[in-house]
Design a binder for this molecule. Structure first.
Ligand SMILES: Nc1ncnc2c1ncn2[C@@H]1O[C@H](COP(=O)(O)OP(=O)(O)OP(=O)(O)O)[C@@H](O)[C@H]1O
Length: 460
């Protein structure tokens, strides 16, 4: 790997666990391809008291044998002990070792009793040692059911959890440092913050060439990626495919999604719940409402590459084959601005607290009847209303006037009595001179440049 990007907070957290004198039990999980393995490998790179074992799909005896093989290099004492997880871990506990078991779900698949056996040896022996046990897993469903949930044997033993998230756009851009801000935002809207996807980008090639080669071409590394990942997590993925396709084509409410996916609205929520647990779909509500009581939820695909794939690849494979090397230009380029817009809005929402000097309580979208705000920040000093335009024309005064009108419809129960509303505009293609003049004369209007979105510490 050329360069390990970011993850400073997680590396610090792990270093602290390794240094601690008491026993530490760390669970690392998160969607596939986010860099869990790379993170733990980096975290132990300079240590001589650490074992890193990546489980494979094999029989339980083979898995144990491979573990011993890996670990004896550092800890020869393991060679002569019984091939039994309790005994192996107990021996490593006596050495105060750092033990990382990656792809832990593969071990559970072969031996369902493993979590409760680890729990026993942890309670009886390991918790009194200085060891760190790190369990890493990609299958969110298995990690949640077998390791994290209240009914799992290992529940309550954890001393730290790392729920690894995608890289923020400001970090993701290190994979293509030469791209201008507009291309960077477009690239992030397609690949998201997943290192495995980002590293397919050749920074010396135009974005279109990269997308053509890695996603749209039959031989591309990411051509079948979303389908492959869904098939590994879901037994009957077809209905999920239809739902994701509907979401990728802009359906947001349960009725719209069920309508396009051709399924009954009654059964939709079970599917959506599963997709949310897999971190592929997000539910959001008007930011002024309470997440527990609001009934006005809308859904969207959270992982950009999945959104792109379900919009341009899924069901289009024949057309992509016919278009060949022209697929990006013919199929994607004409729709690109429309595709990027909602993700641009999300970047603007995430960047807002760093751009505006106010105490934020929440930021999101807002809608009521026909009124809609791309960005609404709730702050101790009042509302911050924003409009995002990822269009080829500069934003003009009319857009500001619309924004002011729409914002006047917002009702927020906790709005401070002496609060004032700020208006923020985000534009791909700059601002007209008239608008710039107006903004210069008003301290409640802020025009944001694209590059400002890439330097803030927003998280994806
Ligand atoms: N922070 C990072 N900076 C740069 N490259 C990274 C980073 N994290 C991971 N990578 C690269 O991305 C790829 C995927 O990472 P890794 O295999 O660690 O992911 P994972 O979450 O363990 O994936 P899976 O669950 O699918 O096995 C690897 O090639 C790795 O080198």
């Amino acid at each position: 790997m050329d360069q390990f990007v970011d993850r400073d907070a997680e590396l610090d957290q792990l270093a602290e666990c390794y240094a601690s004198e008491s026993a530490e039990f760390v669970v690392i999980y998160g969607r596939r391809r986010l860099g869990k393995s790379e993170l733990v490998r980096q975290s132990i790179a300079d240590r001589d008291d650490a074992v890193y074992y990546q489980a494979v799909e094999s029989t339980a005896p083979n898995q144990r044998e491979q573990f011993v093989e890996t670990a004896t290099a550092q800890f020869p004492s393991l060679r002569n002990v019984r091939r039994d997880w309790e005994v192996l871990l107990e021996t490593l506990g006596e050495e105060d070792a750092v033990v990382v078991i990656d792809e832990f779900p593969f071990l559970i698949e072969e031996d369902q009793s493993l979590p409760s056996r680890i729990q026993r040896v942890w309670d009886m022996k390991l918790q009194e040692t200085g060891m760190t046990l790190v369990l890493v897993g990609s299958s969110i469903s298995v990690m949640e059911e077998k390791v994290l949930s209240g009914s799992a044997p290992l529940y309550g033993r954890r001393t730290a959890t790392i729920d690894l998230k995608p890289l923020a756009v400001a970090d993701a851009q290190q994979f293509f440092p030469e791209y201008d801000p507009e291309t960077t935002i477009t690239a992030w809207s397609i690949y998201g913050g997943t290192p495995y996807y980002l590293q397919t980008i050749d920074p010396n090639q135009p974005l279109g060439t990269n997308v053509q080669q890695s996603i749209l071409s039959e031989r591309g590394l990411l051509y079948s990626e979303p389908e492959f990942l869904l098939r590994t997590e879901l037994r009957q993925p077809n209905t999920y495919f239809s739902i994701l396709r509907a979401l990728a084509h802009g359906r947001r409410t349960p009725n719209e999604i069920a309508g396009m996916a051709g399924i009954e609205s009654g059964s939709l929520s079970t599917y959506l719940q599963k997709l949310r647990r897999l971190r592929l779909v997000e539910r959001h509500i008007p930011v002024t409402e309470s997440p527990t009581t609001s009934k006005r939820g809308r859904y969207r695909i959270g992982a950009p590459l999945f959104r792109f794939w379900f919009r341009f690849v899924y069901g289009n494979q024949d057309q992509l084959r016919i278009l060949g090397d022209d697929a990006y230009e013919e199929l994607v380029a004409p729709e690109l601005a429309d595709y990027v817009s909602p993700l641009f809005e999300r970047l603007c929402q995430q960047a807002l607290p760093a751009l505006i000097d106010r105490q934020f309580q929440d930021v999101g979208q807002w809608w009521f009847k026909e009124h809609e705000l791309d960005v609404l920040g709730l702050t101790d000093e009042g509302l911050v209303a924003g409009e995002c335009k990822f269009t080829s024309k500069p934003v003009s005064e009319g857009i500001l006037a619309n924004l002011e009108r729409t914002a006047s419809n917002v009702r927020w129960s906790k709005e401070p009595a002496d609060g004032t509303t700020l208006y923020v505009l985000f534009s791909r293609s700059g601002y007209t001179e008239d608008l710039t003049d107006v903004a210069d004369g008003r301290d409640d209007v802020r025009l944001v440049e694209l590059s400002e979105l890439l330097t803030t510490d927003s998280s994806s």
